[in-house]
Design a protein around this ligand. Structure first.
Ligand code: SF4
Ligand code: SF4
Length: 360
């Protein structure tokens, strides 16, 4: 069950769900899990096409707040070429993002945004820039997560402080019950979405049934090992090349793990111009690629894949928690494990680091 205070609760019969989603979509984009080809992805809701909840989305929902590629602003040179003021630039801001709702995201995907928030909000440190593009979308987007009923063998949200029914990072939690869905808002934004005549007041019995479903999902997961000491263990292995070569032996540097990860937030900036006008683009980048750290001089501080995997795992389980109150920058969604063509398992690497540390 969510550890957050519930500020309002409602119930929706399954028959009313399409109409409620259509209502939410008035003036907003509503993203839901949808079948696209052979896979399930978060895509805008289309009336008449119900969300796909029988399979979990292959990708995370991070592209809604952090698009794969986005124009930050456009530019063109001032005045006529040859005129004295041509050295200046005219800048035009990109359009403000509209209102959006993500309905039916996984709990782990919402916790992914929880990892983004402090980083893009300037780490709470005066003088560190805030990412206005992310923050505006975060403000304009409401998240309704759906409690997981059947965690997969690759899921380990409970290792990282979450759970199949966590509402961390979300505005409301939805739980499947007989004939409908219980909706529990945990923020004012979430409560506002529940103000609809399509929803009926929820009962204590429904809330008890939801609690039982959440507990059953937790029980279906193997018990979690303690990751206390993981940040220190990984840091202690920083210079242990043999350890990182062994962990990264199978890695192909394809980057699938980072692109699908709900907590990976690195990007690259490029200017695309045509003549004197152009757009500054920001595009997802991957620290698993050798080009990520290639410097203009040709020097590359992370030339080999062992150094890159060390950075990826170290960032999530050591460097990030050391500056963000012990919180891991991994929500345990397991996507990197499921999608890795070489079966690299981040859980095993962290456990290996803990064991290596204990053996020293
Ligand atoms: S998905 Fe697997 S093979 Fe690809 S970069 Fe990540 S760890 Fe390496
Ligand atoms: S590191 Fe893997 S398990 Fe952790 S959030 Fe990213 S994709 Fe999910």
């Amino acid at each position: 069950m969510s550890e957050q205070k519930i500020v309002s609760r409602k119930f929706i019969s399954l028959g009313y769900l399409p109409a409620w989603l259509e209502e939410l979509a008035l003036g907003r984009t509503v993203y839901v899990p949808r079948q696209e080809g052979r896979t399930v992805l978060y895509r805008p809701f289309v009336p008449g096409d119900l969300p796909e909840f029988s399979r979990r989305p292959a990708e995370s929902a991070k592209h809604v707040l952090f698009p794969r590629s986005e124009g930050l602003f456009s530019f063109c040179r001032k005045g006529d070429p040859g005129a004295p003021d041509t050295r200046g630039l005219l800048l035009s801001e990109s359009a403000e993002p509209g209102q959006a709702v993500i309905f039916g995201a996984l709990s782990c995907d919402a916790r992914g945004f929880f990892a983004f928030d402090p980083v893009y909000d300037g780490c709470g440190t005066k003088g560190i820039a805030k990412d206005v593009y992310y923050l505006k979308r975060r403000e304009n987007t409401a998240l309704i997560v759906k409690a997981c009923k059947t965690p997969l063998s690759t899921c380990f949200c409970h290792w990282t402080g979450g759970g199949p029914a966590s509402a961390q990072g979300a505005d409301a939690l939805a739980t499947d019950l007989d004939g409908g869905i219980l909706l529990q808002a945990v923020t004012k934004k979430g409560a506002a979405l529940l103000e609809s005549a399509k929803l009926s007041p929820a009962t204590d019995d429904q809330e008890a049934s939801a609690r039982a479903a959440h507990e059953a999902a937790v029980k279906a997961m193997p018990s979690s090992p303690s990751l206390d000491g993981a940040p220190e263990a990984l840091l202690g292995l920083f210079d242990n090349k043999a350890f990182w070569h062994a962990q990264s032996a199978g890695c192909l540097s394809c980057g699938a793990c980072t692109y699908l990860c709900p907590t990976c937030y690195c990007f690259n900036l490029t200017d695309e111009s045509n003549g004197i006008a152009g757009t500054r683009l920001r595009t997802w980048d991957t620290c698993m690629s050798a080009l990520f750290t290639m410097e203009a001089s040709g020097h590359n501080p992370r030339r080999d894949k062992a150094a890159r995997l060390k950075n990826r795992v170290g960032h999530k389980f050591s460097y990030y928690p050391r500056i963000h109150d012990g919180r891991f920058s991994c929500c345990g969604c397991g996507r990197c494990i499921r999608s890795c063509p070489s079966s690299v398992d981040i859980r095993q690497i962290v456990l290996n680091a803990l064991k290596e540390n204990a053996d020293v």
